[in-house]
Design a protein around this ligand. Structure first.
Ligand code: UFG
Length: 351
């Protein structure tokens, strides 16, 4: 494809496009003038997101969005989507993502995450579409030897099946390029995505008890849960609690648009960290969220959670140098937007 191919002439298939990161990315793509085809089976997403996307981007851009309710493992459905649309590239978010659940249901996790990816790339190949951005994770770095993590930091053993699926899919896509150098693969390793769209119309909507820190904190703030459980205060960190590189979901979404622009007219496999480069502790998050919601949030100390690393944060220089992307929002912005979303939608998209 020509380097100058404008967004208007490109059609991006977004798998899992109604999920947390997917939906924010769809908004940025539509704002950037792309045609977008979303495929989502709604396993972990809500169809109401479509109306929210329309409201945010406006009528004109919304016309460039189509939605298929389908499973990426369903080859027939995927084939007919590719037959009906001239897909120029794919952003692949769809997949199971709960770390703890993956330990209990490894067969389901391996089957779903690997089968969907293999089906997707095979159908892409059949249709001559060889450009893919994959939603990977900092989890592939395992327990780091040195911080900050650069793209050259070694991949380590994952600590759970979910992490292994990210690890393996990175390898599958790399092997695909080895077999056929026409493939154009970008692996985006996300650190910890939080926050919500500043409009308050879209955000994270976990089913049941949230596994991740910020959705849990948000539910305590809105009165749905009593107190935050802090998993470990004896880590070798400034305040003893775990340190992570939290990144605003809108920054992350923009990182995908930057990658799409950058990879246009290229082939190869490239890896980028998407984080802020700044580590924050669990207590930093609680302090910042308390300021955002205007009340001191209660927390209790608990033992460490199995599989958690002490600290990780990214070196994001490569993304800046290659793609001109860097995060714009800080932790206070992220907590403000999470609170704005949670307080206006206490029951997520259903309320
Ligand atoms: N934590 C708590 N209480 C909670 C939940 C989490 O104290 O109720 C702590 C954790 O121990 C950790 C930090 O908050 O120190 C962040 O935990 P999250 O569960 O929010 O995020 P993780 O870093 O464990 O995992 C995230 C993504 C994974 C991804 C991983 C990559 O959820 O999908 O980052 O590093 F694989």
């Amino acid at each position: 494809m020509d380097a100058a191919t404008p967004a208007q002439q490109q059609c991006v298939l977004v798998t899992g496009g109604l999920g947390f990161i997917g939906s924010h990315t769809v908004v940025e793509l539509l704002k950037g003038g792309y045609n977008v085809v979303v495929v989502d089976n709604l396993f972990n997403a809500n169809e109401k997101v479509l109306d929210r996307i329309d409201t945010i981007v406006g009528e004109d851009a919304a016309k460039n969005l189509s939605f298929y309710r389908a499973d990426v493992c369903d080859r027939e459905a995927l084939t007919s989507i590719f037959d009906d649309n001239t897909i120029t590239s794919v952003i692949h978010f769809a997949g199971y993502k709960a770390v703890g659940e993956s330990v209990v249901k490894p067969i389901e996790y391996y089957t779903n995450n690997l089968t969907s990816t293999l089906t997707l790339v095979d159908v892409m190949r059949e249709h001559g579409c060889k450009s893919i951005i994959f939603s990977s994770s900092a989890t592939v770095y395992g327990n780091p030897d040195a911080l900050p993590l650069t793209e050259a930091s070694p991949k380590k053993n994952a600590t759970n099946p979910y992490g292994w699926t990210k690890w393996m899919i990175e390898q599958i896509l790399t092997d695909l390029h080895t077999s056929d150098s026409a493939w154009n693969v970008v692996l985006l390793r996300y650190f910890n995505p939080i926050g919500a769209h500043p409009s308050g119309l879209m955000g994270e909507d976990p089913k049941g008890i949230p596994n991740n820190l910020v959705p849990y904190v948000a539910q305590v703030a809105v009165g749905k849960r009593d107190a935050i459980h802090v998993y470990g205060d004896d880590y070798d960190t400034p305040d003893g609690t775990g340190v992570r590189d939290y990144i605003h979901v809108c920054d992350l979404a923009c990182g995908h648009v930057a990658a799409l622009t950058w990879m246009n007219d290229r082939t190869g496999v490239e890896v980028f960290n998407l984080g802020t480069g700044k580590g924050s502790s669990v207590l930093d998050v609680i302090t910042s969220f308390s300021a955002a919601c205007g009340k001191k949030l209660p927390y209790v100390m608990e033992p460490r959670r199995s599989g958690d690393v002490t600290a990780n944060y990214a070196n994001c220089i490569k993304a800046k140098e290659y793609m001109g992307w860097e995060a714009q929002y800080d932790l206070d912005d992220m907590c403000r937007d999470s609170w704005n979303w949670q307080s206006h939608n206490p029951n997520g998209y259903e309320g």
